[in-house]
Design a protein around this ligand. Structure first.
Ligand code: GAP
Length: 461
């Protein structure tokens, strides 16, 4: 479908149907914060559960971790984030809007400039006579560096309190816990530690809905290896990341792999490749795969004096493992899943007339509701409820009694429910229901005792 207004349509659908709401809306909102509503929380959870199953539970060589968001602030000094986790920002002197200098230049010129020096960024803004996207003036302050770590304080009284950071990535706790995990889980190289949870970054964002927010959900793992095997594992994980796109229904035709230039590489990385997605606002990073070398473990060993080495009992060798890190924004995945699934087509209304419909063609794996039970009349609610009670312990199922059956089909299409189950007046006589497929709109009549089996088979197809 045409990309025109696609973002507006998705933002509006998300609010109307209860996927994502603007944060603190009744107080006028808080920029770049979003709340996940009844359907959004299911969708996000389903994506996270699918990730955990594919990358952790289905593997013998991966273990999980759920570490504290607040860590000793020295962790972030050792990791290099206090010194290097920065954005270059400029302010428009006329309207006071603030921008990331690299994004300002990239949007105006179409060239990637991440990693350039402040001087080079200023020069490019000047040479290209870049204008403020808000007021049109060409009058910016020189680029300055801002650290992205979010500071907060432990302790009730400001003057006695200790400054700490909300974690900017999950990775560091996988490194600080490396030895504890190794000793308790008794893993041999290669193996991984995975984690999913909140991360925070004090970012300036141009407001592309949930694409870039100051608080977001991240899923990532550190894959510990011998140095000489890093290239092989890098390719392996990039391949697995592509398999993952199919698991959640992210449209691969809209993705590409982009290698980071030397200047752009994070302070810890020797090679990074992003999986980018073609959004209505351009090609954007979806996920990343980085070769972090032994940078993190080595720094933590150096700063703490603790032994974070790996001992190989077969070779009697002691070594500091190297690391490949595949990283996946969960909230960003939600957006790309919605962009991949949103569709408009035509469907017959209750009189058989073709009418426009909006349909979220979500992968069945992650749809908030797998089925919706729809009694044709309120008189049938009690009997239809018994059908819902049979299905609900096995899959998320909606029970929808409001509006005409046509309207209910439209509502379920719009939230991506794969199967609508209509309980009609004949159902009481023939002990059967009609099942309508979201994508083909084909209808099947199925005996109620066979319904669960039918749905489970269809969902597994
Ligand atoms: N540990 C490595 C790391 O954090 P990153 O590329 O800075 O790498 C990882 O971030 C992923 O987190 C990105 O690929 C993206 O999906 C997501 N992400 C990064 N910043 C984000 C933000 N401000 N809002 C939402 N998602 C974000």
């Amino acid at each position: 479908m045409a990309e025109n207004n696609l973002m507006e349509k998705i933002v509006s659908l998300c609010k109307r149907r209860g996927f994502v709401f603007p944060g603190s809306e009744i107080y006028g909102g808080l920029a770049n914060t979003w709340d996940y509503g009844p359907l959004g929380v299911e969708l996000k959870k389903n994506i996270q559960d699918a990730w955990w199953k594919f990358f952790v539970r289905d593997r013998m060589d991966m273990v999980g971790l759920d570490a504290a968001i607040l860590m000793n602030p020295k962790v972030w000094e050792s990791s290099g984030h206090v010194a290097n986790f920065n954005d270059a920002l400029v302010d428009c002197k006329k309207c006071k809007s603030r921008f990331r200098a690299d994004h300002l230049i990239e949007n105006a010129t179409g060239t990637k400039v991440e990693g350039l020096s402040l001087k080079d960024l200023d020069k490019l803004i000047e040479e290209n006579k870049i204008k403020c996207p808000v007021c049109g003036a060409h009058d910016f302050t020189p680029a300055r560096v801002f650290n992205l770590l979010f500071q907060t304080h432990i302790g009730p009284v400001a003057k006695d309190s200790e400054a700490v950071y909300l974690r900017g990535e999950l990775a560091q706790s996988m490194f600080t816990n490396f030895k504890l995990v190794l000793d308790s889980a008794r893993k041999k190289l290669p193996f991984g530690i995975a984690q999913a949870g909140k991360a925070f970054r004090n970012e300036i964002t141009p407001g592309n809905f949930i694409f870039r927010t100051i608080e977001f959900d991240l899923m990532e793992f550190e894959w510990f290896i011998r140095e000489n095997e890093w290239e092989k594992w890098f390719e392996y994980w990039l391949e697995q990341m592509h398999k993952w796109l199919d698991i959640v229904g992210i449209d691969k035709k809209k993705t590409r792999v982009r290698e980071h230039t030397k200047k752009e590489l994070s302070h810890y990385s020797k090679r990074t490749a992003d999986i980018e997605f073609e959004t209505p606002f351009g090609w954007k990073e979806l996920y990343g795969c980085a070769y972090r070398t032994d940078f993190d473990l080595k720094n933590h060993i150096e700063k703490t004096g603790k032994d974070l080495t790996y001992f190989d009992p077969d070779t009697n060798e002691k070594l500091v493992p190297h690391v490949i890190e595949p990283t996946f924004g969960l909230t960003r995945s939600v957006l790309m899943v919605l962009l991949s699934a949103y569709d408009e087509d035509k469907a017959p209304d209750s009189e058989g007339k073709e009418e426009a419909r909006v349909v979220l063609r979500l992968h069945k794996n992650i749809a908030p509701f797998k089925a919706a039970i729809l009694p044709l009349s309120n008189k049938l609610n009690e009997d239809a409820k018994k059908v819902w009670e049979k299905i609900a312990p096995h899959m998320t199922a909606d029970f929808d009694t409001t509006g005409s059956i046509g309207k209910r089909y439209r509502r379920q299409d719009e939230i991506g429910t794969p199967y609508c189950v209509t309980f009609d007046f004949d159902s009481q006589k023939d002990d059967s229901v009609t099942i309508r497929d979201r994508d083909t709109m084909k209808q099947d009549r199925v005996k109620i005792p066979d319904l669960l089996d039918y749905l489970q088979k269809k969902l597994a197809e």
